[in-house]
Design a protein around this ligand. Structure first.
Ligand SMILES: [Zn+2]
Length: 382
């Protein structure tokens, strides 16, 4: 996670960057704010920046300093595997009377971080824990681990960083022990507490930390961020509008829609490969598409065009910019059918389709006409 990958929160980024560059790193920070305001992501980006051995410090005002992303320290951060980066998060017991600590759930934690690219919240963590009806907590045993870990010297960085995610889920005996650590912090140690509900925390803990409040993220920042991550303009705007400043909610909205569009789109293309055998099915599918609302039809076509462009890009550059597995597989398989000889025609076809739908054309005719043109384009040789 880099600062530039996080939508919005520019003031907080600037403040954190300044604290590192001016050597004023506070020993205990508390990030607080609503769901999806990028607190955990910011904690990791900050720790990464702090530990980076080759920070990017641009000269102009326009670009922001950030971690380099490529030094040995940064590479370890990709997998959350830096020896001076420690996490505490809520866990569940694995049987009656047993309690485990975060270390035992590190594989699940790192895996969730990888698969979500760092964009997840408590509900996703509950799923990863397979918590079912259990309420995850931070048990008192965890505090002993914290003390043990911090008693070692840092391995590679100047600082040791301890990120405590959801400290409000500490059980009763654990909280005073954390307080004790915060009162007498080991040297060159940075605590970042990431909380969604500070009313559940001891006021004595709060008073030991420097509090940074994360506001809701503006719509346009969320929309720009979604677009940069491959969502079409229209859908990005709509998801940002519905998200109430919660970037994780916006992301979930686009993924749901993406998945549905993905299935509709591969079915459409599959039926266009051998229309002699599948003409009835193809017509039926076009009728299904025609029965969607107009906005959904436009999103579907925008999604289709986006996917074709990704396929073209992958074919030309050999790099697949997408992370989603089924989609990237499809994009790879479809590469031979989208090339310099037909990409412009695909582009025109989909953009005209969107335009005709906007102008209230008959969707049954539009989708069938597009399908017949797709049949030809797919067969076109390079
Ligand atoms: Zn670096």
């Amino acid at each position: 996670m880099l600062f530039k990958e996080i939508p919005g929160q520019e003031e907080i980024k600037e403040r954190l960057i300044r604290s590192v560059l001016h050597n004023r790193v506070s020993h205990a920070l508390l990030f607080t704010g609503g769901d999806g305001t990028m607190k955990l992501q910011m904690a990791v980006a900050y720790a990464r920046f702090l530990c980076c051995t080759n920070r990017l410090i641009p000269e102009g005002e326009e670009e922001q300093p950030d971690a380099c992303g490529t030094c040995p320290s940064c590479l370890k951060f990709n997998h959350l595997a830096h020896p001076d980066l420690h996490f505490v998060f809520p866990t569940i017991s694995l049987g009656p009377g047993t309690r485990v600590t975060s270390d035992q759930f590190l594989p699940q934690w790192r895996n969730l971080w990888q698969t979500s690219r760092g964009f997840f919240g408590f509900p996703e963590w509950l799923t990863a824990l397979q918590a079912e009806n259990k309420q995850p907590i931070i048990p008192v045993e965890e505090c002993n681990q914290i003390i043990r870990k911090l008693s070692y010297k840092s391995y590679e960085s100047e600082y040791k960083v301890m990120i405590i995610w959801l400290p409000e889920k500490m059980n009763q005996p654990a909280a005073p022990r954390i307080l004790k650590i915060l009162e007498e912090p080991p040297d060159k140690t940075l605590f970042i507490l990431v909380s969604e509900d500070t009313t559940q925390m001891l006021s004595t803990i709060l008073s030991r930390t420097q509090i940074l409040r994360f506001p809701r993220i503006p719509r346009n920042s969320i929309a720009t961020w979604l677009e940069a991550n491959g969502t079409g303009t229209e859908m990005a705007k709509r998801a940002a509008f519905l998200s109430e400043g919660n970037a994780l909610k916006a992301l979930a909205l686009t993924r749901e829609t993406d998945l549905v569009n993905f299935e509709r789109f591969i079915k459409w293309l599959r039926l266009c490969f051998k229309p002699q055998q599948t003409m009835n099915e193809l017509i039926a599918h076009c009728e299904e598409l025609a029965a969607l609302g107009r906005e959904a039809q436009k999103e579907f076509l925008a999604y289709g065009l986006h996917t074709l462009r990704q396929s073209f890009y992958t074919g030309q550059t050999g790099t697949n910019p997408l992370y989603k597995n089924e989609e990237s597989e499809f994009i790879n398989n479809f590469m031979p059918f989208v090339h310099t000889g037909n990409i412009a025609a695909y582009d025109t076809l989909f953009n005209e389709g969107i335009l005709h739908i906007e102008r209230n054309g008959n969707p049954k005719i539009i989708f069938l006409d597009m399908a017949l043109k797709l049949v030809k384009l797919i067969r076109q040789k390079q």
